[in-house]
Write a protein that binds this ligand. Structure first.
Ligand code: GTP
Ligand code: MG
Length: 201
């Protein structure tokens, strides 16, 4: 079995604004997606650490950009969820601004893992994120999360439907943080993006 370099992840900081993020060098991969889609749970499954990223039944749990380090040059960013109705308008506007800045200015942003609940894929925010990635030429990998909630047939047809809608620089897979489905596929994708060479495997 291949070693998983993501197990070494550790918490660095939480930022309300871009200026509080770590220095913009090395490689950062961001986990984005609607509120409650399963971003933080995916990070915990990836790193094999149950409580590294905070998860919650209450949507809107992650309200800052939370940074985890794999080593001195490689980071994971857990982004705040979008689309949670109860967030005050002012905060929504603040986040829209910060997210727009983040996607346009963050030089180290190498790629985006876009998490969607497999039962509700391709909502408005997801489409906007895909369009951003396409425009900024940032590769994107869609995790169709909570796949344990669907039988195999419907899960595969959701995957096909999503794949048909993706721009050229995006890929997609089925995923379950609970069932650990699709973990190897995600690890392989991230290994490429983070430029872990074969010798490190
Ligand atoms: N059944 C099932 N539940 C999941 C899975 N992944 C996440 N959940 C649940 O979905 C809820 C939200 O998960 P989070 O990981 O906190 O979602 P998030 O996208 O980080 O949410 P925000 O931080 O609010 O944007 C929690 O109750 C999780 O336990 C999964 O693969 N299967
Ligand atoms: Mg979260």
């Amino acid at each position: 079995m291949k070693a998983n370099p993501f197990r070494a992840a550790s918490y660095v900081l939480s930022a309300h604004e871009l200026k509080h993020l770590p220095q913009d060098s090395g490689i950062e991969v961001a986990f984005a997606g609607r509120s409650n889609a399963g971003k933080s749970s995916a990070i915990n499954a990836l790193t094999g650490q149950k409580a590294l990223a905070r998860t919650s039944k209450t949507p809107g749990r992650t309200q800052q950009i939370v940074i985890f380090a794999l080593d001195g040059d490689r980071r994971i960013a857990d982004l705040p969820g979008y689309g949670y109705a109860k967030v005050p308008l002012k905060l929504k506007a603040h986040w829209r601004h910060v997210m727009t800045q983040y996607f346009h200015k963050r030089q180290s942003l190498r790629a985006v893992v876009l998490v969607m609940d497999i039962r509700h894929p391709l909502r408005e925010f997801d489409l906007q994120m895909l369009a951003w990635c396409e425009a900024a030429r940032i590769p994107c990998h869609v995790l169709l999360s909570k796949a344990d909630k669907l039988k195999r047939g419907p899960a595969q047809s959701a995957l096909l439907q999503v794949r048909r809608a993706l721009p050229a620089n995006c890929s997609a897979q089925v995923f379950s943080a609970t069932g650990k489905t699709g973990l190897d596929e995600l690890v392989d994708k991230l290994r490429d993006w983070y430029e872990y060479d074969d010798k490190a495997r």
